[in-house]
Design a protein around this ligand. Sequence first.
Ligand code: TYD
Length: 214
Amino acid sequence: MTGAPGRFLAFEGPDGAGKSLQAARLAERLRADGRSVLLTREPGGTHLGEQVRAILLDPGPTARSGESDALLFHAARAQVIREVVRPALARGETVITDRFAWSTRAYQGYGSGIPVELLAGLEALSIGPTWPELVVLVDVPVAVGLARRARGAQEDRNRFEDETRHDRAFHERVRAGYLAMAEADPGRWIVVDGDRDPETVAAEIAARVLPRIG
Ligand code: TYD
C-alpha cells in the first residue's frame, strides 16, 4: 500500500480452512484494542460486488470458464478497491479482506491453469498499488478442508463452486499454489496451520500479526 495511513491485511486459504472465521476473530481482537476495522469479503462490499456474487452463485445451464471467473472476480475487486478500501485506508482504518487477488491466482491460476502473467495484468488494472501488506494463509490439507466443507454443506448455500468442475486434483493445485506463493514472499505471508481448534489458531494469528502492525 502506498501513501495511505491505514493498514491493509488479507486472509487467504483453501476451501474449508476456516479463514473467514479467523478474519472475523482478528477484526474483533483489533476492535477490542481500539482500532477502527473494516472487514470485507470478496466478491462483495459494493453493489457491483454483490451482483457479481449473485452471478457466481447461479449455476446456470453451462459451466463457466476459469477465464470468465478471473474477469468477474477482478471486476468486483476493481470496484471494492476504489469505492471501499482506498477511502477506508485514507481515513486511517485497518482493512481486513477475506480473500484477495491471491485467491484468483490460486484458483483460476494454479487451479484452472491461467498463466500468471495474464493475471498480473488484471491485477495491475484492478488493484494498482493497493496491495495488503500482510497475508495470513490459513492452511489445511485438502482432505481436511473438503471434509469440513461437506459437514457444513447444509447451511453453506453460499457456494460458487460447481463440484463437478473442481475435482480433488484441482484443490490440491490450489493448496500447493498458496504454499508456493507464501514461500516466494515470506516477508508478506504468515502461514498458520488451520488443522487445529479455532481458538488455538486465532491465538497464533493474533500473536504473529499484532507485532507486525504496531
Ligand atoms: P468464499 O466465499 O470466500 O468461501 P470460502 O472462503 O468459505 O470457501 O469463496 C468461495 C469460492 O470462490 C472459493 O471456493 C474460492 C473461490 N474464489 C475464486 O475461485 N477466485 C477468487 O478470486 C475468489 C475471491 C474466490
